[in-house]
Design a protein around this ligand. Sequence first.
Ligand code: ZN
Length: 182
Amino acid sequence: MAIRNVARLGSPVLRQRAREIPVDEIASPEIQRLIDDLFETMHEYDGVGLAAPQVYESIRLLVTADLPDPDDEDQLLAPSRVLINPEIIFLTQEETARWEGCLSVPDLRGLVSRPHKIQVTAFDRQGKRIEFEAEGFPATVIQHEYDHLDGTVFLDRMSDLKSLSFLREFERYIAGAADEDE
Ligand code: ZN
């Protein structure tokens, strides 16, 4: 396993539509190593998710971390996942606004509204088809990472740039005042 370099905003790879992975390539050593590297890189930089284009691999693969319940750290809201060629269906029109950050847009936080509940279909790292629903914070994380596969970053999703804050100022003026996930 290895910690990969993370592409920062301005790198063309972050603005491209990533290609699908042929199912018979999922078991290949290259893809399996990339999955391990995504987890190691995500953990190294304290991310909750990471998409392959963020490490300069323009393919439709993302990982998410174990997401603990903010009200009870012993409970998981969602387990860590590997999603290959994922598809998302919105299960509600209802949107939730959350503070988002991104390893490719370092040291910034911004408020983004996204559908609250989604259905996800994808292949896992064994090449098995999986389908599940996600709601709340895990749904936000998956939508954020999915956007990277289409060349979109959270700044593009902000309806009002006035909430954009540097991390230090966010922690100083906002995080203390609100009950936050990040
Ligand atoms: Zn991101």
